[in-house]
Design a protein around this ligand. Structure first.
Ligand SMILES: N[C@@H](CCC(=O)N[C@@H](CS)C(=O)NCC(=O)O)C(=O)O
Length: 221
């Protein structure tokens, strides 16, 4: 019997979530090991060169960086999500980087201690969504009909934005826009829905409230 691949995870990490979506989308048998990032175990620090999750253990090899992990999963298990045309593939990889920057911006927005920093990251994210709106061509996915790794890269951000939009509307894009439709499509996929732990919303809310950030105070009010 072949050894299961192991995804090393922190239950709130959006980068890990990208790999979970890819694993689920491809129906890859795997196990998930959760660690506490505040207090990472020694075995994790020994195998993870950057000390970050996700890490993927495949036999004796440990891969890190979500984009790299997803490319490996994509190359080894069908259906292929990356486009085969080299130019389109490169374009997709560039936009995956862009989505990573958006995720970081959203994180900075959620932990900003004051209104000024909060607004700064919110405006940056808003501008990034305008660029995405201009880049999207035909629905439902980033490349049109076929789902891609860009879709798996942005879905965790859409999920985090949707969770608290009712409580604290950020209004970063409209529901009727191309981005809005894209978000709704991705959030309706079982691979996205099942990519987080059951009590994700509560855990995330508790984490935010604990940060005592400007956004957390808006959530509290
Ligand atoms: N570029 C990395 C980012 C991963 C990342 O920042 N992971 C965070 C958790 S969401 C982490 O492990 N942080 C621990 C640390 O920086 O010490 C990727 O795409 O995998």
């Amino acid at each position: 019997m072949s050894e299961k691949i192991e995804l090393i995870s922190f239950n709130l990490c959006p980068f890990v979530q990208r790999s979970v979506i890819t694993l689920l989308q491809k129906n890859i048998d795997h196990k998930v090991t959760y660690i506490d990032l505040e207090n990472p175990p020694d075995w994790f620090l020994e195998i993870s060169p950057l000390g970050k999750v996700p890490a993927l253990r495949v036999k004796d090899t440990v891969l890190f960086e979500s984009a790299v992990i997803n490319e490996y999963l994509d190359k080894t298990t069908p259906p292929q999500l990356q486009p085969t045309d080299p130019l389109l593939e490169a374009k997709n990889k560039a936009w995956i980087e862009f989505c990573s920057d958006m995720i970081v911006n959203h994180y900075l927005l959620t932990i900003a201690k004051n209104k000024e920093d909060f607004e700064k990251h919110k405006n940056k994210l808003h501008d990034q969504f305008i660029l995405l709106e201009k880049t999207l061509e035909s629905p439902p996915f980033f490349n049109g009909e076929k789902m891609s790794l860009v879709d798996t890269a942005i879905a965790p951000l859409f999920m985090r934005l949707a969770l608290f939009e009712q409580q604290v509307p950020l209004e970063l894009f409209s529901r009727e826009s191309k981005v809005g439709n894209w978000s709704q499509k991705l959030l309706s996929l079982p691979s996205v829905e099942n990519s987080v732990v059951n009590n994700f919303k509560e855990l995330f809310e508790a984490y935010l409230k604990n940060s005592n950030s400007y956004y957390a105070n808006l959530l509290n009010s």
